[in-house]
Structures are given as structure tokens and as C-alpha cells.
Design a protein around this ligand. Structure first.
Ligand code: ADP
Ligand code: MG
Length: 266
């Protein structure tokens, strides 16, 4: 990692909000990510597709340092995430520094993980109160605004148990958005949903993309990827097997593993 990460992030003339540079990851002896490089510019949507176990979640989690990577660099808005350079060597960054670098990264997971004892608005406001130390009235106001954005203003006072899976996931998205992220990472946000509830969540994500949110989305929704992604990355056995614009990936995939994978979605 060179010391002037910001300049390096611009070395090919592009400003990446999130960038992986040759990251590798092992679980014990097993290599689950092998030399992964990708960069996402402002307002770009990158979709990550690939078979189960190919490393999609590990990659996404590495981009937020929820997973420690073993080699390479992750840069958020030009800053190295997870490590600091000290006397020419690399050391694990303290948590406060990790949190500082990733403060503009929002995440949404397959499992919505809402607090069951808090209302929808309470769930959205929680981090504003605790992390941002926002006064209660302002946090509530922001929460209402975010719930409106995901079409759930009328559910503000409902508890998660009274919400459908699709509604719960939209609350989870509102919760992430309340923190004013510059980058949103989604890990199979619709995979836990009944089929008839998938559309309402994808709709919210499409709207976000349209508004210019920078997004990295692990998904099995090929229609969404084809329609929304600027770039699609096909991960296979921990490696980027193919990467390109959706047209290239979906129209006439040349690579055999990708062809085979996409057959399952016809
Ligand atoms: P995907 O999201 O594409 O299904 P994952 O990133 O979850 O894939 O997993 C990639 C590989 O790493 C898989 O072989 C999985 O079994 C393995 N793996 C994931 N998490 C762990 C863990 N905590 N310990 C050991 N192996 C893991
Ligand atoms: Mg996964």
C-alpha cells in the first residue's frame, strides 16, 4: 500500500468511492478470495453474481471490513480501510479509525436484523440517537423522512413482527439511508423474501440507483442486474471470472462457467 492512497486511487483517472485492490482472504488453509480487484465510482451500481460459496458475501463484507482480508487493500473514498501504515509496516487499525473510514458505508443484509422491541421509526432512529447523538425530535423527523422514502410512512409505529418481510427489509434500507451513506452495500437483500415481496424491495433499490446512490449489490436477481447495473462481476471460486457491462454478461456470455451459471436463471 503506498502512502498516498488518494493519488493512487486516481491513477487511472477515476475516483473510486470504494475500491478493492488485489484482496485475498483465507479461512484456515482454504482460499476464499483470490486477488480481487474492483472499483466503483460515484453513482455507479456494481452487481456481484455467482454460485453459492463463490465468495460473494466474503467480498462484500471485506469492503466494509466486517471481514478481515489477508492481502491487498480496500480503499473507501481513497482511504485504506482496516489497516494503518506504521514505520513502513502495516498494522491493524484501531476500531475508531476503522469506523471513521467506513462511516459513509451503509449495509443491508439478507436478514433484516431489526430490533423486535422497537417500532419501524425506532429502528431507523436508533443509530441517529446513539451514534450521531442527534436530539430525539430530529432523529424522529429524519426517521419519518426515510420511511417515507421507502414507502412506509404509514408503518412508522408498527413493530417488525407486524410487518411483512418486504416491509422489514425496506425499514432496514431506511435505517441504512438515515446515516447518509455515500456507498450502499447490499448482500442478497431479497433472498429471504417470499417471491411476491421481492419487487417492492427491488423498486426501492432502483429508485436509489436512479437518484445516483453508489451501490454494490450481491444478487441473484438477474433482471435487476441487467436493468440497473453499470457493471456486473461474476465471481467463481473466489475469483473474478468475468466482469463487464450487463449487455456483455447477459446477452451472449462467452465464458463457459458464466454460461452454465446463467442457465439456472432461464
Ligand atoms: P457466497 O456468499 O458466494 O455464497 P461466502 O462468501 O459466504 O460465499 O463463502 C465463501 C466460502 O467461504 C465458502 O466456501 C464458505 O464455506 C467459506 N466460509 C464462509 N464463511 C466462513 C467462515 N466463517 N469460516 C470458514 N469458512 C467460511
Ligand atoms: Mg452469500
Amino acid at each position: 500500500m503506498n502512502l498516498n492512497a488518494k493519488a493512487a486511487a486516481r491513477q487511472d483517472g477515476r475516483d473510486y468511492l470504494v475500491e478493492a485492490r488485489g484482496i485475498s482472504k483465507y479461512y484456515g488453509q482454504t482460499r476464499v478470495l483470490n486477488n480481487i480487484s474492483l472499483g466503483v465510482c460515484k453513482s455507479e451500481v456494481t452487481c456481484i453474481i455467482g454460485p453459492s460459496g463463490s465468495g460473494k458475501s466474503t467480498l462484500l463484507r471485506s469492503l466494509a471490513f466486517l471481514e478481515e482480508y489477508d492481502g491487498g487493500d480496500v480503499l473507501i473514498e481513497g482511504e485504506l480501510l482496516g489497516y494503518i501504515e506504521k514505520d513502513g509496516a502495516r498494522a491493524r487499525a484501531p476500531l475508531s479509525e476503522i469506523n471513521r473510514v467506513r462511516r459513509h458505508v451503509g449495509m443491508v443484509f439478507q436478514q433484516f436484523n431489526l430490533w423486535p422491541h422497537m417500532t419501524a421509526a425506532g429502528n431507523v432512529a436508533e443509530a441517529l440517537l446513539r451514534v450521531k447523538k442527534m436530539p430525539r425530535a430530529r432523529a424522529r423527523e429524519r426517521a419519518m423522512h426515510m420511511l417515507e422514502k421507502v414507502g412506509l410512512a404509514d408503518k412508522a409505529d408498527a413493530y417488525p413482527a407486524r410487518l411483512s418481510g418486504g416491509q422489514q427489509q425496506r425499514v432496514a434500507i431506511a435505517r441504512a439511508l438515515a446515516m447518509e451513506p455515500h456507498i450502499m452495500l447490499f448482500d442478497e437483500p431479497t433472498s429471504a423474501l417470499d417471491p411476491e415481496l421481492v419487487g417492492e424491495v427491488l423498486q426501492v433499490m432502483k429508485e436509489l440507483a436512479r437518484e445516483g446512490m453508489t451501490m454494490v449489490v450481491v444478487t441473484h436477481e438477474m433482471g435487476f442486474a441487467a436493468q440497473v447495473a453499470d457493471r456486473v462481476v461474476f465471481l467463481d471460486k473466489g475469483e473474478i471470472a468475468v466482469s463487464g457491462p450487463p449487455d456483455e454478461i447477459f446477452r451472449n456470455p462467452a465464458q463457459p462457467r458464466l454460461r452454465q451459471f446463467l442457465q439456472n436463471y432461464l
